[in-house]
Design a protein around this ligand. Structure first.
Ligand SMILES: NC(=O)c1ccc[n+]([C@@H]2O[C@H](COP(=O)([O-])OP(=O)(O)OC[C@H]3O[C@@H](n4cnc5c(N)ncnc54)[C@H](O)[C@@H]3O)[C@@H](O)[C@H]2O)c1
Ligand SMILES: O=C(O)C(=O)C[C@@H](O)[C@H](O)[C@H](O)COP(=O)(O)O
Ligand SMILES: [Zn+2]
Length: 367
């Protein structure tokens, strides 16, 4: 088993990665939970993994209850949050108990937020089953729901007590979802690790084909990068953690424009967003055009949206900029942007005018 520590003082925890880990999750979790019952909150599409997980909990002598929730971004809602917290209260969850989130980023974000507010803070464990959740959302403690105003606008920082990653759960994940998760893998290369971006260019096909070495390398390098950044700036106050938002100001606007629907998954929106961030950087002369073209070419080759047209977005720049005004990075009326000086050289630019971004978007090809 490979273990990546997340060093956050009293809130430190381990990320465990191992093929088949779900089948022995009970013994790994047992030292945390003792013999207290746990509640597993699972996505309805992961029934087979739920049964493996509960089997291993039972074998370790840990009683469990299950709550199954509908799949999809719409589940990150006030209604689902209220229903979930009511169920958890009915089940008698105590503050020191552990709630397990089994599923993708939607389940992780919702369950993490429920755990943050239930009895003013319960423990939770992330057991991510999508590539996106295994490389990104299960780590770092950002939890949230969406509101009519936009993405992740109500939430809390609440770190999990442990993250258990079984790459074998990806065997059941549809290819389109694997690709969407891969966008967040590429992100780490683009932020500050050009060697990892080159690794991505050379290995994405193996990853898509389910090669176990490629999967484990992608997951381990991604979570190590995220753990390092989160340990430096847990609450996104210094600008360091904001680097993880590369492509997200554009991406969240595209998701909002798509109505948070299956038309554009989060990872797909982030892929288009990263390509737009590089294209804007190149247009401003901040980044070599070859780097921007290289990013776009890789995302295209990887079957991901790489501009507005391939993301299916026809909205005006002004309309997309209106979505961006809800971004949580907005400070004193200005929105800092994640731009790049090149591949692996992302930085937070505090001198970008939203109107200029809107005009740039109007010059881009439409869907
Ligand atoms: N908190 C964070 O740091 C963070 C980071 C990145 C993304 N996110 C959030 O994560 C969400 C996206 O997560 P996601 O891409 O995992 O989406 P998701 O949770 O909607 O999962 C994608 C789809 O895969 C299905 N699924 C999950 N595991 C499966 C499996 N093993 N086999 C078959 N089907 C499976 C789900 O039912 C769903 O239909 C977004 O809401 C995004 O904002 C949060
Ligand atoms: O962990 C982070 O920090 C991230 O920004 C990771 C992102 O991939 C993720 O989508 C996050 O939820 C976006 O955060 P937000 O603060 O823009 O809602
Ligand atoms: Zn993201």
């Amino acid at each position: 088993m490979k273990t990546v520590p997340v060093a956050l003082g009293k809130r430190s925890y381990d990320i465990h990665i191992e093929q088949g880990l779900l089948g022995r999750a009970g013994e790994v979790i047992a030292p945390l939970v003792g013999k207290r019952p746990v509640v597993v909150v699972a996505d309805r599409n992961v029934k087979v993994h739920l049964s493996t997980l509960r089997g291993s909990l039972g074998a370790a002598g840990i009683p469990s209850e299950a709550i199954e929730l509908p799949a999809g971004e719409a589940t990150k809602s006030w209604d689902q949050l209220a229903a979930l917290t009511d169920r958890l209260l009915d089940l008698g969850v105590e503050r020191s108990d552990h709630i397990i989130a089994l599923g993708g980023g939607v389940i992780g974000d919702l369950v993490g937020f429920a755990a943050a507010i239930l009895k003013r803070g319960c423990n939770f464990i992330q057991v991510p089953t999508t590539l996106l959740a295994q490389v990104d959302s299960s780590v770092g403690g950002k939890t949230a729901i969406n509101t009519p105003a936009g993405k992740n606008l109500v939430g809390a920082f609440h770190q999990p007590a442990m993250v258990l990653i079984d790459p074998a759960t990806l065997d059941t994940l549809p290819l389109r979802q694997v690709r969407a998760g891969y966008a967040e893998v590429v992100k780490y290369g683009l932020i500050d690790d050009p060697d990892f971006f080159a690794w991505c260019e050379a290995n994405f096909e193996a990853l898509y084909a389910g090669d176990s070495m490629a999967r484990e390398t992608a997951i381990a390098r991604s979570v190590a990068a995220k753990a390092r950044i989160v340990a430096e700036d847990e609450r996104e106050t210094t600008g360091k953690r904001a680097l993880l938002n590369l492509g997200h100001t554009f991406g969240h606007a595209l998701e909002a424009e798509s109505g948070f629907s299956d038309r554009l998954f989060h990872g797909e929106a982030v892929a288009a967003g990263m390509a737009l961030a590089f294209a804007y950087s190149a247009e401003k002369g901040l980044c070599p055009k070859e780097d921007s073209e290289r990013v776009k070419a890789h995302l295209r080759a990887a079957g991901l949206p790489h501009d507005l047209a391939s993301a299916g977005i026809g909205a005006s720049g002004a309309r997309l900029a209106d979505h961006m005004r809800h971004d949580k990075k907005m400070a004193a009326g200005t929105l800092p942007f994640l731009l790049a000086h090149g591949v692996g050289q992302t930085y937070l630019d505090r001198d970008v005018a939203l109107d200029d971004v809107a005009a740039f978007l109007d010059r881009c090809d439409r869907g």
